[in-house]
Design a protein around this ligand. Sequence first.
Ligand SMILES: [Zn+2]
Length: 172
Amino acid sequence: MADQYLLPCPQCSHVHRVGVAQAGQTLNCVCGASVDVPTLSGLRRLEPVTEAAATKTGGSWSPRHGLVFLGLAVTVASLAWWAFLTLNIDWHGEVQPKIAEQIVRDMESLTPADSILAWQFLKSPLHEHANRPTNEMQAVYGRWTSVALGGAVLGVVLILAAFVLVPTARQR
Ligand SMILES: [Zn+2]
């Protein structure tokens, strides 16, 4: 005999999960109607709750679902963080020098006055800052990249653990 049964509301046909302990009681449905829970013998004629039915009616998440969701969230967040870091490293380490090279190349075809402006830009503190990935900065990026990739691995491990370690409700 199952512990829970599916009891549809006679007014709105919202399906309630009722336990044997609720036999003979009255439920308040979301539509406002009062739903009489049948007695034990009546309950047995209702559709018993199976895992498939529980999922269908949006029943509470199993521990496995929770763990998979957590794992996915951790993985996605970590990969997004890693992508963000990677883009920033490129910006500081590669893209800026390329722009500088481009400017130097362009200077060959500039008028003397434009050359002075370009030269001033190249010497500006802003440019120097962007063009100098310090060891300190790279160390910080390296550390955070490790954290991000570690997080991604942790997320995948969580998902795998959910399937390997957490028993399904049916096996319980
Ligand atoms: Zn109802």
